[in-house]
Design a protein around this ligand. Structure first.
Ligand SMILES: [Fe+2]
Length: 455
């Protein structure tokens, strides 16, 4: 376990290091000069069993720092050290009284006494850690949720776990305890992609997320980037809901609301280059791809004179759900039948991959006001030269509406692969010319070409 010492006097560091070395050999002491360094260290090098704050700290008030630490990590043992006057002047009494894991230590240091205070803090932290220790759970009762969903909140009303083995889990977030965005980033850095929660809690998590996202999208004053980010958050929930729960009026409502955002975004940015260069791509994942595909389809359909709500609904639904059943995010870049990446997949994985348009199309059939969207989804990996899948259709067998979606799909995949930049947009558009200047692909391709030719 580690302890953190926040103090801007380096001589004091040595004093404490010696004390720890002599009496607390199993405890690693990390020393930092400033309050901000302490917050960073807590984010990136935690967990810490005790945080010792020297009250003479110049850059931050010790009580304010303690409050910031609690905001960031939840309650942790904090020991304020200083002369009695300094402690009286700089530590808020109500803060000290409110939490039983906060203590004070009056200087000068008396080795045994001080070690006793630190040991007490550590035992509090160990007890807390024990509560959060590894538990054996029945995996049948737990459902994985993509880590990114948890960015929507700063606390959740149930315990959330990380999977260690098929049956062993460790508590990652305790029910109703505040957690920070950096805690979620930490999981991400540790390559944790899913957190687990109990089945019934999983549904309420998704329903709460739907409510929260819907409320955000209702805000008239939402700025464009935030609107797009909220749509991306919505797609994460939509995919999860469709896979785990199926179709309900709640999810139908959210899908409709997201689709209504696409024309607002196109209206606001107007030009394709502005849409592309302002798009907040951070993870290049399925959710970001879905939203950008929806916006591009809206842009193309406006330029082709398709202004009906029906067309918008078809493209919107197709964009939101066409890849909902892709088992792995990284498979989204497999864009033709004999793609070399398919060689690395097991037979079962290839089946899952080939089937994903069909499974999403079946879901689309459960939406009554979106006719023919199932065809668009089923054909989203077809290509004009017949090298697509599952059917290997040729350009003359592909309708203009399907051609538009196929083009938007592949355009976005290539952008996500190379990153959205002036050169990538130019290269991709040029590279598409010989492939897509044919049949029903010709006109939608021309819209993209015209939209970026002046950049
Ligand atoms: Fe796909």
């Amino acid at each position: 376990m580690k302890a953190l010492f926040v103090c801007d006097e380096k001589e004091e560091w040595n004093l404490l290091r010696n004390l720890f070395h002599a009496h607390l050999k199993n405890l690693e002491l990390i020393c930092v000069m400033r309050g901000n360094d302490a917050l960073d260290t807590l984010s990136y090098e935690g967990p810490f069993g005790a945080i010792i704050i020297e009250c003479s700290l110049k850059d931050t008030n010790p009580s304010d720092l303690a409050e910031m630490i609690f905001d960031q990590t939840g309650p942790r043992p904090i020991i304020f050290v200083g002369t009695p006057t300094m402690i009286k002047d700089r530590v808020k009494e109500e803060f000290y009284n409110e939490y039983d894991m906060v203590s004070i230590y009056n200087k000068p240091y008396q080795a045994n006494q001080f070690i006793g205070v630190v040991a007490e803090a550590i035992s509090w932290a160990k007890k807390e850690e024990y509560e959060n220790s590894i538990v054996e759970l029945d995996p049948e009762n737990f459902v994985p949720l993509k880590l990114r969903n948890f960015y929507l909140y700063d606390s959740v009303p149930f315990d959330v776990y990380v999977e260690l083995t098929k049956t062993k889990f460790i508590k990652a977030i305790s029910a109703d305890k505040k957690y920070t965005q950096s805690a979620i980033q930490d999981f991400q850095k540790r390559n944790i992609r899913y957190l687990y929660l109990e089945k019934n809690e999983h549904l309420s998590f998704l329903e709460n997320s739907i409510l929260k996202i819907s409320k955000s999208l209702d805000l008239k004053t939402l700025e464009d980037k935030k609107r797009i980010q909220t749509c991306i958050a919505a797609v994460l929930v939509i995919h999860q809901y469709i896979r785990d729960v199926g179709i309900s009026d709640t999810i139908r409502g959210l899908i409709k609301k997201v689709i209504e955002q696409f024309p607002l975004i196109v209206q606001s940015y107007k030009d394709l280059d502005k849409i592309l260069f302002n798009f907040p791509s951070e993870h290049n994942d399925l959710a970001e791809q879905a939203v950008l595909k929806g916006i591009i389809c809206e842009y193309i359909s406006q330029h082709l004179g398709w202004k009906s709500d029906m067309t918008r609904s078809k493209f919107g639904l197709a964009a939101l759900i066409h890849d909902a059943f892709l088992e792995r995010e990284e498979w989204s870049t497999i864009t033709y039948r004999d793609h070399p990446d398919l060689d690395y997949l097991s037979a079962e994985q290839v089946d899952n991959f080939i089937e994903h348009p069909k499974r999403a199309a079946e879901i689309a059939r459960q939406f009554t006001h979106y006719p023919e969207t199932d065809f668009i989804i089923e054909e989203h990996h077809e290509l004009p030269d017949g090298n697509g899948f599952p059917q290997g259709l040729l350009a003359n067998k592909i309708t203009k509406i399907s051609a538009t979606f196929i083009l938007a799909n592949n355009f976005v995949i290539q952008l996500m692969l190379s990153g959205i930049s002036r050169s990538s947009v130019i290269n991709i558009t040029k590279g598409f010319k010989p492939i897509y200047s044919i049949g029903n692909f010709k006109e939608p391709y021309q819209v993209i070409y015209n939209g970026v030719k002046q950049i």
